[in-house]
Design a protein around this ligand. Structure first.
Ligand SMILES: *[C@@H]1O[C@H](CO)[C@@H](O)[C@H](O)[C@H]1NC(C)=O
Ligand SMILES: *[C@@H]1O[C@H](CO)[C@@H](O)[C@H](O)[C@H]1NC(C)=O
Ligand SMILES: *[C@@H]1O[C@H](CO)[C@@H](O)[C@H](O)[C@H]1NC(C)=O
Length: 480
């Protein structure tokens, strides 16, 4: 029986099958041409099967194929979730014993504001960002009033033109983002809840919840956790490291990290991507009065800012921006076209793939950006193997810049910009007699990597892959 079992337990860890590559999910998540700058300039690529729109005041509907959706990335949900193949078909008996879940915050307003036509101002009156502090509960003091922030602009403020009039504190979460969070949590409850992993009533001591220092991730946590525990009444401690040395969201200072980014931006292929997009960048720069020099060229030397400004609009029910009206111009005369926006999104995807997959320096860069966080995950997974897990469910609310390194370390076949609510689930399964196996999901489906599809692999192999990205002595690496 033992030999029979070991035969069946041959790791299902093979290059992705042709069928898997052709599903609408797979096509949209893993563009074959993403590694080449022609991906950016080839207009027939469009959004490459991706979705860039979301409803305003309600949650996004799940896409039946779980296609790439920048506004609301798919997540594990009961309609599509199945146990790993050998477990599902009964050839292996295994129990899910640990889940390491990490996600980007849900959708939000932009970080980067364009001097655009104010025909569709951002309004956030339908969101109450709470901002109160309370003494730890005791009998001597009442709880404080739950005050929340409400943003306004004063018409006499002489700096008004530096912002967008409206009622948002950029880049705050939008109502749609919060409602997406509820759904995200409800679906996770349906998939992982109701067993020893996640109790139905509220977080046990076996659950670890963590966020970055940002209001975006903390606000997302409140929404997602409500979905996880709809009837829970108490408060929940959301762990966070000290802001100046946080291992997520580039919390610790690291000169080498910044220098390496500069080095990556000096490479021939990076300059090539700027070359092939020169006309696009000039058109957009002219439209919004942005010069190469502005903010040290931040709008012009990568697609981060334009992509962010456009995504935040289309992901919250607004149209693409138009330039502010000038002398002699008609209203809405000069607007970003769908084609321009799609090229910006493709360029953004190309850049993410470059930083964490394509560049020769990707491995070192991942170590400097995400290596410490990856190291924390590795230690937790080792704890599971050694039979002394600290907890059985871990959920970290973080940023695109934290998911990129994790996906890069996994060796994802192609890395598009991890959109709002993007998530990775590392599942650890204990088999009868054969030790621990892992399955890794990216946005609800098994991740496709250069090592194969991570449907069923000995946990030790996963630890080996991730271990290569854990820096030895990051303090001296950062000084270099
Ligand atoms: C452009 O993209 C289309 C659609 O993906 C593809 O079929 C075509 O081969 C690409 N053309 C070039 C020149 O890369
Ligand atoms: C179950 O799935 C595994 C992995 O795909 C496969 O190797 C095995 O043959 C399947 N067993 C049965 C009984 O279908
Ligand atoms: C991706 O592009 C880099 C150069 O940026 C190159 O070194 C690498 O071999 C390419 N990978 C693939 C799979 O084409």
């Amino acid at each position: 029986m033992v030999t029979f079992l070991s035969l069946l337990l041959t790791p299902l860890f093979t290059p992705s099958s042709h069928a898997a590559q052709e599903s609408p999910h797979s096509i949209s998540f893993y563009p074959v041409a993403l590694n080449h700058t022609t991906y950016i300039t080839n207009r027939t690529q469009g959004t490459h099967g991706g979705i860039y729109s979301a409803p305003v005041h309600r949650a996004s509907d799940p896409d039946e194929n779980d296609r790439y959706n920048y506004c609301t990335m798919p997540h594990p949900r009961p309609e599509t979730y199945v146990a790993p193949e050998p477990v599902a078909n009964g050839s292996v008996a295994a129990t899910l014993v640990y889940v390491e879940y990490m996600q980007r915050h849900q959708r939000r307003t932009p970080y980067n504001l364009l001097s655009e036509l104010q025909d569709q101002e951002y309004t956030c009156d339908d969101v109450h960002p709470h901002i109160y502090a309370a003494p730890a509960p005791d009998n001597n003091n009442p709880a404080p009033i739950p005050v929340y922030g409400q943003t306004y602009t004063d018409p006499t403020n002489p700096f008004l033109t530096d912002t967008i009039p409206g009622t948002c504190q950029y880049p705050q979460l939008t109502k749609g983002g919060i409602l997406d969070g509820y759904r995200h949590g409800r679906d996770l409850r349906a998939v992982y809840g109701g067993n020893s992993l996640l109790s139905e009533t509220g977080p046990s001591s076996q659950v670890w919840l963590r966020a970055s220092s940002s209001a975006l991730t903390q606000g997302s946590a409140g929404a997602v956790l409500r979905g996880l525990w709809p009837d829970y009444n108490g408060g929940i401690a959301l762990r966070r490291q000290t802001e100046g040395i946080d291992t997520v969201d580039s919390g610790f200072t690291c000169a080498a990290r910044e220098r390496m980014l500069e080095q990556m931006k000096a490479a021939r292929v990076w300059r090539e991507h700027l070359g092939v997009t020169m006309v696009l960048r000039e058109e957009l720069g002219e439209m919004f009065d942005i010069s190469e020099e502005e903010e040290d060229g931040a709008w012009m030397n990568s697609f981060d800012h334009f992509a962010d400004a456009f995504q935040a609009r289309v992901c919250n029910g607004y149209g693409l921006p138009c330039r502010a009206k000038k002398e002699g111009e008609k209203e809405g005369e000069n607007c970003v076209t769908q084609e321009q926006a799609e090229e910006v999104f493709r360029a953004g995807d190309w850049e993410w793939n470059y930083w964490f997959r394509g560049s020769d320096l990707a491995k070192e860069y991942i170590q400097l950006v995400g290596g410490l966080f990856i190291g924390e995950i590795v230690r937790r997974l080792e704890g599971v193997v050694e039979g002394r897990p600290d907890w059985v469910y871990s959920h970290t609310f973080m940023h695109d810049g934290d998911l990129g390194p994790v996906l890069g370390a996994l060796g994802i076949r192609a890395l598009r910009w991890p959109g709002m609510g993007a998530n990775v689930a590392v599942e650890v399964w204990r088999t009868d007699g054969e030790g621990f196996y892992a399955r890794v999901l990216y946005s609800g489906r098994t991740v496709e990597t250069i090592h194969g599809t991570m449907e069923w692999m000995p946990l030790g192999e996963l630890l080996e892959i991730l271990g290569g990205f854990v820096p030895g002595d990051i303090v001296s690496m950062c000084e270099d």
